[in-house]
Design a protein around this ligand. Structure first.
Ligand code: QUE
Length: 355
């Protein structure tokens, strides 16, 4: 008997979801996504369930992202497979359900929260992060772009922070994530269980449910320490407010100090095409509804799912062969044409629309 990849329990009026692939850092499979969408409409309508709590099994991760290795294998072994088409559609439907969820959606993030994991936490009403929390939207590292509603939440962060996080795959700890509003509070790992128990006995009913949940969480929250972002924001705003990736690189090159040179060196390793489509994604998604954003991101994701795209090469180099030496096409930002970028924003055969 293999263990279930995702566990659903109802107790003390909470719908509790546990992502249960600890050896794979709880990376989301299509099966886990489908099971969530099967259970959640019922939980949303069930008056005996007052809130949903989401957590990851094991002691390392909340959720490291989507199961991109599964997508890679399909692209390699089964050119007519449907996983590529259905994985993103079904994942984005869950992201949208969380964004619109009618009850508190509380993520207890006691470890790594990246990519697809962020899509399960950041759109909910509440998320708490422990000292083990590590955030990133790392998709430009593997030739993809920051999806799962990255176009929505990244464009609503202060100044050019969203552009910076999206392009560089930069990692944040709890203090910076609280400062940026990516999570609501810091709760020590050792107190997460107590917080879950307190939510179980709390009254979370009525139109005030979110404020009641805030109060319960506040009872377990503590100071995450000093954030580092406030001191970096002037540099981030100066260098990452730009019309093109080339302009950002030029600004970083001219920016004095070690920090900017480190960011430039990081950018130069990432997929130039990914960075170009990501900048265009953020431009197009700014001030759009959540649903419009997901339609744009679905088109982008479908464009990335070809065996000749950087995504295939990125997953190979970083996660499958692990040689850490992706060969990007094109290899430099100067060789990325407007037509290459534009191709990622065209309607697709199975477009994702919400009513
Ligand atoms: C960028 C990503 C992902 C990544 C690494 C990146 C991602 C993802 C994983 C991942 C990590 C551990 C696993 C696993 C997948 O890594 O989305 O199955 O065990 O899921 O640089 O976007």
């Amino acid at each position: 008997m293999s263990e279930a990849e995702i566990l659903f329990e109802v107790k003390e009026g909470l719908g509790l979801i546990t992502l249960n692939r600890p050896k794979a850092l709880n990376a989301l499979t299509h099966g886990m996504i489908l099971e969530m969408e099967k259970v959640l409409p019922g939980w949303e309508a069930d008056p005996s369930i007052k809130a949903v709590v989401l957590r990851g099994a094991g002691d390392r991760a909340f959720c490291a992202g989507g199961d991109v290795i599964g997508l890679y294998r399909e692209m390699r072994d089964n050119p007519s497979g449907t996983l590529r088409r259905d994985f993103f559609r079904d994942e984005y439907i869950v992201n949208r359900r969380i964004y619109r969820f009618a009850k508190p959606w509380i993520s207890l993030i006691d470890g790594i929260d990246m990519g697809g994991g962020v899509g399960l936490s950041v759109h909910g009403s509440h998320s708490v992060a422990s000292e083990k929390f590590l955030f990133a939207m790392p998709e430009t590292t593997i030739g993809l772009f920051p999806d799962v509603g990255g176009g929505y939440f990244l464009t609503r962060l202060p100044g050019a922070l969203g552009t910076f996080l999206a392009l560089t795959s930069y990692r944040l700890k709890a203090a910076d994530a609280v400062w940026a509003g990516i999570v609501d509070a810091h709760v020590p790992s050792a107190r997460m269980g107590e917080l879950l128990g307190a939510l179980g006995v709390a009254d979370l009913s009525g139109p005030d449910a979110n404020r009641k949940a805030d109060k319960v969480i506040a009872g377990y929250a503590s100071d995450p320490g000093l954030p580092t972002l406030p001191a970096l924001m002037p540099e981030i705003d100066r260098c990452f407010s730009a019309e093109s990736v080339g302009e950002i690189e030029a600004k970083l090159k001219k920016q004095p100090g070690e920090w900017a040179q480190k960011q430039l060196a990081a950018l130069l390793k990432l997929s130039p095409l990914s960075m170009a489509i990501t900048l265009e994604q953020l431009r197009r998604c700014a001030n759009r509804s959540f649903e419009d954003t997901m339609t744009i991101e679905y088109r982008m994701a479908q464009s990335c799912m070809r065996p000749d795209h950087d995504f295939f090469e990125g997953v190979r180099a970083l996660l499958v062969d692990k040689d850490q030496k992706p060969k990007w096409t094109p290899p430099t930002i100067d060789a990325v044409t407007p037509a290459m970028v534009e191709a990622h924003f065209q309607p697709v055969a199975n477009d994702l629309f919400f009513e």
